[in-house]
Design a binder for this molecule. Structure first.
Ligand code: GLU
Length: 473
């Protein structure tokens, strides 16, 4: 199996396009085949500088490495369409020779008048084939320097294919426009380039967004015209945002790399993306890339649109963070805890790991461990649902325990503090909030006994005594 991801450099990748790339990568890797990256930049007007570099960086960050592509080359290169224009022109000529494409000298003004008239008559808008019957005249016009485009002559009949995701798809060719293959500036359109490239690059499975389904009959007509065997198609459903609208660059869908800045792990993103329209059928939801690679098959993609749920990504991110080794986390946190030493992060990591949804949470969670805290109305003393008596008992209890036994034995400290809460008729979970406020200045945060161990007896006692003083004011 040879699959490809063929993005246009019209901006950074969003979740929708990354999900397509992931499916194409997984399908190839699952079968032991190759994954090819090709940049489709035939539409010069929509070109956005730097997007190509961002595309490569995003795929690399997610771990979706490619076997052939613009940077690594390969036997079918170049892998950037704007460097292959000569090739497309040769194949365009071949179609003219075969009589399956024709030149059209209709001006943009004529074409838009034609379209307006078709709309007025409530007819489908498509080229009326005016030039098809006058190719000799057209040749003369071209020789005289008139601008011309090359069009595919869509054959009559029905086009059908067995889509891996959609099943049987059928189109009446009568409803399909004679697609422009070469524009009047000599540049190929996507339709010509994609077919020539997929064929020359030996692509066996075209995996792409189902928005391309209406184009597939045109592509199949081109395969037919060249007498090339077509690849299999798997049209994957579009991804909707949580607002129910399609995710798209034009609607400002977020650059996937920005999620890295926000503290999302590539493994969690890959996991969340894989579940957008695919499931292994077992009910399991947590997967690493290598596990997905084992399990993934195209026939388990659902044809209905998938909705991106940010909450699910958060949950998966937390789970992936908790499955990291301390050393991995120490590494990953460097960016999010600037100014901390590796040693310090090694001590912080296990505490933070329990509570982080994103790596960026580390900064807020670690703040009370790295800086002094203020107790204010945002986390009052006593905390809600804790009586003053219980609060005083918890803090005095903690002071006694530290003074007597120190903090080394985590479980002993925990057991004694629970007893204090119970002796005062309070639920330990609620009563413990007092300690969170005293030590961390918040009602939740990193596990509080571990926090005291990290701060040491001296600092912990200072914070506890200060809280006690506040309570007795
Ligand atoms: N260049 C097209 C895009 O950006 C790729 C379509 C295809 O995979 O055939 O969506």
């Amino acid at each position: 199996m040879r699959t490809r991801f063929a993005p246009s450099p019209t901006g950074p990748l969003h979740f929708g396009s990354v999900r397509t790339a992931l499916f194409a990568w997984l399908a190839a890797r699952h079968s032991g085949g190759e994954f090819i990256l090709r940049i489709e930049d035939t539409d010069q007007e929509r070109y956005i500088p730097d997007s190509e570099a961002l595309i490569l960086e995003t795929l690399q960050w997610l771990g979706l490495e490619w076997d052939e592509g613009p940077d690594v080359g390969g036997p079918h290169g170049p892998y950037i369409q704007s460097r292959r224009t000569e090739l497309y022109r040769e194949y365009a000529d071949e179609l003219v020779r075969r009589g399956t494409a024709y030149w059209c000298t209709c001006t943009p003004a004529r074409l838009s008048a034609m379209r307006a008239e078709q709309q007025r008559r409530h007819e489908p808008t498509r080229y009326d084939r005016r030039c098809l019957g006058r190719q000799e005249e057209v040749a003369a016009e071209r020789a005289a320097g008139m601008r011309s485009a090359l069009r595919l002559q869509m054959p009559p009949g029905i086009t059908e294919w067995d889509d891996i995701v959609r099943g049987r798809v059928e189109f009446d060719n009568a409803n399909i426009d004679d697609q422009v293959l070469l524009k009047s500036d000599g540049f190929p359109t996507y339709h010509l380039a994609v077919v020539v490239d997929d064929h020359l690059m030996d692509i066996t499975h075209v995996i792409r967004s189902d928005e391309w389904i209406p184009s597939t009959p045109k592509h199949l007509a081109l395969y037919e015209a060249f007498e090339w065997p077509p690849p299999r198609f798997a049209h994957v459903p579009i991804v909707l945002g949580s607002d129910g609208q399609k995710l798209s660059k034009r609607r400002g869908a977020r650059n996937v790399l920005e999620y890295g800045e926000l503290g999302y792990l590539p493994s969690a993103i890959v996991n969340a993306m894989a579940l957008l329209g695919w499931s292994p059928g077992t009910g399991d939801e947590v997967f690493r890339l290598d596990e997905l690679r084992e399990l993934f098959t195209l026939d388990r993609i659902h044809p209905s649109p998938a909705t991106f749920d940010p909450k699910r990504l958060d949950d998966l991110n937390g789970i992936h963070i908790r499955s990291m080794s301390v050393e991995e986390l120490v590494e990953a946190l460097e960016h999010f805890l600037p100014g901390t030493s590796k040693d310090m992060r090694r001590q912080l990591a296990p505490m933070l790991q329990h509570r982080m949804v994103t790596l960026a949470d580390a900064q807020v969670l670690a703040a009370p461990l790295l800086h002094d805290v203020v107790i204010d109305e945002t986390a009052p003393l006593p905390p809600p649902k804790v009586t003053r008596d219980v609060a005083v008992a918890m803090i005095s209890g903690a002071i006694d325990i530290i003074e007597k036994d120190g903090l080394a034995d985590h479980d002993a400290v925990l057991a004694q503090l629970r007893t204090v809460a119970e002796e005062h008729g309070a639920k330990p979970g609620t009563a413990f909030r007092t300690l969170y406020v005293a030590i961390l200045g918040t009602q939740s945060g990193v596990p509080v006994i571990e926090a005291m161990q990290f701060l040491g007896a001296e600092t912990s006692l200072i914070r506890l005594r200060r809280a006690l003083a506040l309570l007795s004011e």
